[in-house]
Design a protein around this ligand. Sequence first.
Ligand code: HEM
Length: 397
Amino acid sequence: MIEDFDVTSDWHVAAPYPFLRRLRAASPVFKSEHLGAYVLTRHADVRAAYADPRSFSSKGSLTISRSLTRETREKLGEHGSFLSSFVANVDPPDHTRLRRSVSRAFTPRAVAALEQRFRRLNEDLLDRVAPRGHADFVSDLGHEPSIKLTARFIGVPEADEAFVQSHVKDWFQLFLSPQPPERQLELAGSFLDYLDYVDRLVDARAKDPRDDFTSLMTALIGAELTHREVVELISTILLGGNDTVPNQLGNTVLRLLREGVWPVPDALLANASEECMRVDGASLGSFRYAARELTLHGVTIPAGALVLLSTDSAGHDESVFPDPDRFVIDRPNAAEHLVFGYGIHFCVGAALARLQLRPALAVLGPRLPGLRLVPGQDIAYRRSIVGRGLSRLAVEW
Ligand code: HEM
């Protein structure tokens, strides 16, 4: 049997490294029948593809899932391709315009102003959870501060946070992991409710602007952005903020506890957090379409073919990171990972993500210095094509 990725198996997310190493060595452009995509696995190739949007197009690349049934597609209607004008899903010149608008909200000053709030959110949560002596890191500790921070940033009222959170989860499941047909229909219903909610939020801010991202973007409708673009931006940024950062934090804490590096000394926080992103990135890669026929390492990728840029593999490329499967807390080039992508689509929220990961560790370490994994547990990941996140993580202190 030919080896391939397998999204329905645990190893696909949990431990793909021996497989990826074989691909980098022997088959750096791998045609995956299972993913329906060509997979680039070497760091240099992944970075070069990100840097060449004319050959590797983002247009429609997020408009998954390829595994939706006809009934689900019918239910979603025009929203089946809902993300079609999201900034990560378009090429220049649309991308240039959208990115300019989004970047207005992510100025270094605006991002830095959120750090104190984020620390406070972590402290408040620990006041409640610390006396218990044990927790599921994923549901009890990892998500709440990021969800609350993102909600404040976007302008979601506190009372609606739980609603948004549960719908964002459904969205992820629907589009990014394979689901049985009945479940797809349920998730599609939830997704449509979520879009309605964001639509109403945009209307509310148009009438009564506040000091938040939604108001800032809504004010650009008609001038730089369309209504649909704004709704897509807001709904997907909520997704980015609510899920990717907590996933990365969970992966990070698991790695640090397994390596026996807890609490992380202040001087090493920044590098430790980059090294954790390199070895256990919350993003596994990005999809692109070949804009024309491309030949790489002797393999011809036909025009229009789907291509996965495997940042997970790039982060373990031995030609860039010696002894790549080993966690090295002070690895000098840890930050050369590609977990935030590269080039024109480089994650616009990267500064905001880093601003959460480091302070979360800085607060958690001193508050829970005896944090450890509950022995004997199975470490389980959510099954996903593009993301790595734990389903649960039992910890005690
Ligand atoms: C550890 C957390 C995060 C990871 C691993 C991550 C990963 C990524 C990656 C790989 C891309 C590039 C996609 C591509 O090239 O196709 C990206 C783009 C993007 N990210 Fe993030 N992200 C994170 C956090 C965030 C946060 C907190 C936000 C916003 C609050 C955010 C908003 C975005 C947006 C809007 C884009 C599209 C940028 C563009 O296309 O120009 N991300 N992210």
